[in-house]
Structure formats: structure tokens, C-alpha cells
Ligand binder design. Structure first.
Ligand SMILES: [Zn+2]
Length: 324
């Protein structure tokens, strides 16, 4: 059992099932609600939370099959099961078991660090593992999450103490909610751009409320921390708030110039993806004998796995012809 890359994205070979297809497909598993993983499919297999985020972004989802975690179900001769991926709320890995017992797992985006807003990752034991490699390069080793959050807290208090408005830039779905939940627990008052606030309301509906939070209406009160999407922070949107200091929350903070790339003053490596050592450990824990890496540093991760004695290869280039 294997996967292939078609024009619309990943496909489980010999089955009707696409995996996080980027274009409309007859049937796709959608691992989570980030925009680069969703599309308007004819039928969608996903968790209830993912389907909610898809509807928020794309409108009504056609023929949704809402699947709880750890509840195996049949698709023809295959047994399918969703397991938590720990990336954002509702994010799932998919395990497919063939009639002969062979198991293949597709992780989608994966995070193994403990989170307050995503379900705890479960190790999906399997024979073949298809794993994302966003940070699959040895230079990406994130400090422990509590340490990063401690740095963010210190930075925020320093800005507030000198009368400067602190602005945190984070992806509106997932990253912002995790950071806001963590900072609310540390006693901060938060105000979020509507695109972030609206998702926080969905999180609350789905059982993950975020405290000390109000919707941004153009004002920031003294003592408040402003959350803003990185792509809207450029230009004049933040001009009324001066003096201000901006920090971006991203795994790319590990790169030289990481802050400047986002137009921020500083960058903190708060990531919702596993870092390089965590990816290696995860592969080992699954017991997979055959590993296919995809996205990001697929070559580098596959090489590191081969060096460690695991049969690994990056996913091939898209095929010219598809048989749909
Ligand atoms: Zn994602």
C-alpha cells in the first residue's frame, strides 16, 4: 500500500481516497482546517471540528462524513481510523488497514508537544508512514514550549511596563488560539483581530473557551495585548497604535532574519509543527518500516531516517497523467 502525488494532491494508491487534496476530489480525507489542506470536495472525511473550520472558510461542506477519533469505520475493503495529530483543534492522522492487516498512516500536519487547545497526539502505530516534514531539517530544534512561552511573557511585560502596545502576530486558526489560551492563563488581557476572534468563538463552541479575550474594534486599552494576523500587520493597519512593539510566533523564528520576514521586531519559536528531533522520535515510535516524507524538508528528513536505519524516501513529483 502506498501513496502517489496526483494533480489535485496526495492519493492513496488503488483506492478512491485522496488525502488533503488541494482541489475538488470525489472523496478526500481532510486532516485539519488550514487553508492549504482544504477544498470543496464531493465527499469529505474529517473530524467535526475540521468540518466546522471548513464551513467557516468555504461555506457549507457537501456530503460530510464526521468521524470521531478512535472510531474505526469501513470504506469498501479498508478499515479507516482517525487519531489526534496535536497540530490544531480537531487535527487528525488517518490510519488505513487493509484486509490483510497491513497498515498505512498519513499524519497530515503533526505536533507532538503538549497543547492546551489541540487534542493530545497519539502515536499511530503502522507498517507504512506518510509523514509531513515541514521542519524536517536538523537546524530546527525548538526549545520546550513552556520556555518559549516564558520568553513571550517576559517580553510582553517589558513592553507593557514601558507603556508600549505589544502586538503578537500569529496564524488566525490554531496558533493564535493556543497562544491566547496560554497567555490568558498567565493573566494577560487580550484583544484579537476579528479574523482571530471569530475562530476563537468556534473554539469555544467546540469546547475550548479562551478567557480574557475581546474582539478588536480599533482600540487597544492600556495593559492589553493585541493579536493580529501577520498578513494584515503590514501597511497602515497598526499605525494608530504607537508606540508599539511586534513579535511573531512561528517555528521559522529559528531562521536568521525570521522576525524581519514578518515585519516584526522579534520572533519566538512557538510552532504547531513537530521539530526535527520530534519527527525522528515519532517515526521510531510508530514502528513503521517504510516511511514516505512530504512537504518542506522531505529530502533531508528521509536522508536522516535512512542514516538511522529506516527505509525512507521523499514523495515523488506529481505524475503527468491522472486516471480520474
Ligand atoms: Zn496546518
Amino acid at each position: 500500500m502506498s501513496v502517489e502525488l496526483r494533480r489535485n494532491g496526495l492519493h492513496l494508491t488503488g483506492t478512491p481516497l485522496s488525502l488533503d487534496a488541494k482541489r475538488k476530489s470525489p472523496l478526500s480525507f481532510v486532516s485539519h482546517g488550514h487553508s492549504d489542506h482544504i477544498a470543496r470536495h464531493e465527499s469529505t472525511i474529517a473530524t467535526a471540528a475540521t468540518l466546522r473550520f471548513m464551513a467557516h472558510r468555504l461555506g457549507p461542506v457537501a456530503s460530510p462524513l464526521s468521524v470521531p477519533f478512535r472510531r474505526p469505520f469501513e470504506l469498501g475493503p479498508l478499515l479507516l481510523e482517525l487519531l489526534p495529530a496535536g497540530h490544531i483543534l480537531g487535527s487528525a492522522q488517518l490510519r488505513v488497514t487493509r484486509a490483510d492487516g497491513k497498515r498505512i498512516v498519513y499524519t497530515g500536519d503533526l505536533n507532538t508537544a503538549p497543547s492546551l487547545t489541540a487534542e493530545a497526539t497519539e502515536v499511530a502505530t503502522c507498517d507504512t508512514l506518510v509523514i509531513e516534514s515541514t521542519f524536517g531539517h536538523p537546524r530546527y530544534r525548538f526549545p520546550p514550549r513552556p520556555e518559549v512561552l516564558g520568553q513571550v511573557e517576559t517580553w510582553l511585560r517589558a513592553q507593557l511596563n514601558r507603556g508600549v502596545t505589544p502586538v503578537l502576530l500569529g496564524y488566525p486558526l490554531g496558533k493564535s488560539q493556543e497562544a491566547m489560551k496560554q497567555l490568558a492563563l498567565r493573566g494577560f488581557q487580550l484583544v484579537a483581530h476579528p479574523s482571530i476572534f471569530d475562530v476563537a468563538e468556534l473554539y469555544a463552541e467546540l469546547g475550548v473557551p479562551i478567557e480574557n479575550l475581546r474582539r478588536y474594534d480599533g482600540r487597544v486599552e492600556p495593559g492589553e495585548v493585541l493579536f493580529f494576523p501577520p498578513h494584515l500587520a503590514r501597511g497602515g493597519a497598526l499605525a494608530p497604535h504607537w508606540p508599539r512593539a511586534t513579535a511573531v510566533l512561528t517555528g521559522w523564528a529559528m531562521d536568521p532574519g525570521g522576525a524581519r520576514r514578518y515585519g516584526a521586531d522579534v520572533a519566538f519559536p512557538l510552532s504547531d509543527h513537530a521539530d526535527f528531533p520530534s519527527l525522528l522520535r515519532y517515526v521510531k515510535d510508530t514502528g513503521a518500516r517504510d516511511v514516505i516524507t512530504c512537504h518542506g524538508f522531505a529530502e533531508e528528513l528521509a536522508q536522516a531516517l535512512r542514516d538511522a536505519g529506516t527505509d525512507a524516501r521523499p514523495l515523488g513529483k506529481p505524475q503527468q497523467m491522472t486516471l480520474f
